[in-house]
Design a protein around this ligand. Structure first.
Ligand SMILES: Nc1ncnc2c1ncn2[C@@H]1O[C@H](COP(=O)(O)OP(=O)(O)OP(=O)(O)O)[C@@H](O)[C@H]1O
Ligand SMILES: [Mg+2]
Length: 291
């Protein structure tokens, strides 16, 4: 029998880069000595300036690029870059690339979204169910029979994400998924991600939007010339030196929280409002200053 006092060990990450390095052919190192663990159920925002290596890092995690040095682990076991190893990785981890035109290739949205599940050899009924679910999740059911090349950019972006969602990956990785989406499209995407997370999907997202990162993520991973730093999102995005090094703006919520704390209105350890709606709720719960 195990003793009730035995400390539980932290769960093995689903996918993890350990001391990973990478350089494109004949180029300088883009990443070196990178440790990046994606724990099950987390929402992780990857941030960094243009050219800092976000896309490269996401492609290393999903097996599209092979790490130069270090290791890539899946459920704690080293990924072998043979057919079997890569199939195991790619059925667990799905990457949605930055540009939807690099991902979409079938004639219609429905065909494109069904391609992955069909390739898994699933029965037709199951493929249809998954396609339907993915189109509903991304709010593009009405686009099912439309030719992909005639869609708007935001519609193509959502179709590309639906293709990955239909694979029901344990880890969904997205490279700047909200870039080019209108505010409604961004909210719909966040709703869809919330539903996926509720059903247990782990999500990693590269983004330049610090406000979105603070609001959506549990963890941040920030690339700067000093390397990759990971940690709780509010902590990292509240670190001015790190923000400067990564050339990131301070999030709106962090600025508001500082102002409130400077005026003694918010306790040092109280959570900061991350959105205008949270600020409203915080204000509504306070006694009026005139009372
Ligand atoms: N196929 C390639 N061959 C050679 N160099 C490349 C290639 N792809 C990217 N690079 C270089 O690797 C570095 C990292 O690029 P990467 O695309 O990973 O950055 P990023 O953080 O995703 O940038 P962005 O915010 O612009 O999307 C850059 O210096 C880039 O020029
Ligand atoms: Mg990129």
């Amino acid at each position: 029998m195990t003793s009730p006092t035995t400390p539980t060990s932290p769960a093995t990450p689903v996918v993890e880069l350990v001391q990973a390095g990478f350089a494109y052919e004949d180029g300088p190192a883009v990443l070196s000595g990178v440790d990046f663990a994606v724990a099950e159920g987390r929402a992780i925002a990857l941030l960094g300036r243009n050219g800092s290596g976000k896309t490269t890092l996401l492609r290393l995690l999903s097996g599209g690029l092979r790490r130069g040095s270090g290791s890539l682990l899946l459920d704690g076991a080293e990924v072998t870059y043979d057919r079997k190893g890569l199939t195991r990785l790619r059925t667990t981890v799905q990457l949605v690339v930055q540009d939807p035109d690099d991902q979409l290739f079938a004639a219609s949205v429905g065909q494109d979204v069904s391609f992955g599940p069909m390739n898994l050899g699933l029965p037709e009924e199951e493929v249809r169910l998954r396609v339907r679910e993915a189109l509903e999740a991304l709010d593009i059911v009405a686009l099912e029979d439309r030719p992909t090349h005639l869609l708007s950019y935001g519609q193509r972006k959502r179709a590309a994400i639906a293709g990955a969602v239909a694979m029901r990956p344990r880890v969904l990785i997205m490279d700047e998924p909200t870039a080019g989406l209108d505010p409604h499209g961004q909210e719909r995407l966040l709703d869809a991600l919330a539903r996926l997370r509720a059903s247990g999907t782990t999500v990693v997202m590269a983004t330049h939007d610090v406000d979105l990162a603070l609001r959506w993520a549990d963890e941040a991973a920030v690339l700067s010339p000093a390397g990759l730093r990971t940690g709780p999102v509010a902590e990292l995005l509240g670190d001015d030196a790190l923000l400067d090094a990564a050339r990131l703006r301070r999030p709106w919520g962090t600025s508001v929280a500082r102002l409130l704390r400077a005026h003694g209105l918010l306790a040092p350890d109280a959570p900061e409002p991350r959105t205008p709606e949270e600020l409203d709720a915080w204000a509504a719960a306070r006694p009026l200053a005139t009372e």
